[in-house]
Design a protein around this ligand. Structure first.
Ligand code: ASN
Ligand code: ZN
Length: 351
């Protein structure tokens, strides 16, 4: 309880963000809780998430400063989680990650001793969902020639990606290995990218998906590469060669589980590129076949209602086609054209 407050504060990208926080008692002390969206943001204080017991969530972000001030990384995590929760509610009619209105907890300032960064003991170039909450690391980025510390929570696509691991876990619960794991990864990328482009105003023109930002994590470090590319998984110059991914099933391999759970962050390139082809497909008049809402529904219904936890790529194709048959059966042609667009995209990646 307490009193809800609202204010505008700079985030880790330097953008002013409207966020909700809370005044729990009589004292001039404030906590980073958004009562309306059920969000809490905590400080991991550079605790090592690989330790047992681990440092998560760490203490709730609190301030007594006057005027009120929040750490920019905390503003990023809090504001971006709010954008994702609003998308879940407004576009997908989902009440939070669990669809039961449960709280969503984020922790910034995490480190991991298993993924150290040279010369940066407080650096951790990753973020994750641990089945309960979000955790974000940070790096030293190069911005206009200056070195600045940036939380991965500054990137809305990363925040969307991690929160969708929660949505997946509460719904189809795709097993995080091999093909089902690559699909789990891909749905997180698809929704992270959709939410990022929606917030950037790029969903206003339904025939402009080619202009979307298809890179994952592009905003974290303008002086470096992005994590992945959905439009050019195999050869995007903005992705480091070591992070590039196959875009066709001919390159799928049954890898050992110890190798990234059987390549979940490698083979997600195949369904990611398929989704890119679906979202950017245009008709004879150069109009996209799917509006933003239709695309969101197509992937959401498939993820949450048409896949079982061990689904692979071909089960995902069948599920997408069945979702489309049901969503678009009211089309003049009974959905034939749009179902065929999806089938063509699947064929193009060998599925
Ligand atoms: N950033 C990674 C992900 O969410 C962390 C992981 O490997 N689980 O996919
Ligand atoms: Zn992921």
């Amino acid at each position: 309880f307490g009193v809800a407050r609202s204010g505008k504060f700079p985030d880790d990208l330097g953008n002013a963000r409207q966020i909700q926080y809370n005044k729990p008692g009589q004292a001039a002390r404030f906590t980073l809780i958004d009562e309306k969206r059920k969000l809490r943001t905590h400080d991991c204080r550079f605790g090592d998430v690989d330790e047992d017991p681990g440092p998560l969530p760490g203490p709730l972000m609190t301030t007594t400063s006057n005027p009120v001030k929040w750490k920019p990384a905390a503003v990023s995590a809090h504001a971006n989680a709010g954008v994702v929760v609003d998308f879940l509610r407004n576009t997908l009619r989902r009440d939070g990650v669990d669809d039961r209105g449960g709280e969503l907890v984020s922790s910034i300032n995490c480190i991991s001793s298993s993924e150290p960064i040279d010369d940066d003991p407080q650096g951790y170039y990753n973020a994750f969902w641990n089945s309960v909450q979000m955790a974000y690391g940070q790096i030293i980025a190069t911005v206009n020639g200056q070195q600045v510390r940036r939380s991965l929570a500054c990137a809305l696509d990363i925040v969307g990606h991690e929160i969708f691991h929660g949505v997946t876990e509460w719904t189809s619960d795709l097993v995080y290995e091999r093909q089902s794991g690559a699909l789990n990864e891909s749905y997180s990328d698809i929704f992270g990218v959709m939410i990022n482009n929606l917030a950037a105003g790029k969903w206003a023109s339904p025939d402009r998906a080619k202009d979307w930002q298809w890179l994952i994590g592009r905003d974290v470090d303008p002086g470096s590469t992005a994590f992945r590319s959905m439009s050019r998984p195999k050869d995007d110059p903005d992705v480091a060669p070591a992070d590039r991914q196959p875009n066709h099933f001919r390159d799928y391999r049954n890898l050992r589980i110890k190798n990234d759970q059987g390549g979940v962050h490698l083979f997600s390139g195949i369904p990611n590129y398929c989704a890119y082809l679906i979202l950017t497909a245009t008709d004879g008049a150069k109009r996209q076949h799917f509006t933003a809402d239709e695309a969101a529904q197509l992937f959401y219904i498939t993820l949450t209602a048409r896949l079982n936890r061990s689904a692979g790529f071909s089960a995902n194709r069948d599920a997408l086609l069945n979702s489309a048959r049901s969503l678009f059966r009211g089309d003049a042609d009974g959905g034939k054209t749009r179902v065929a667009v999806i089938a063509k995209a699947c064929s193009a990646v060998g599925i």
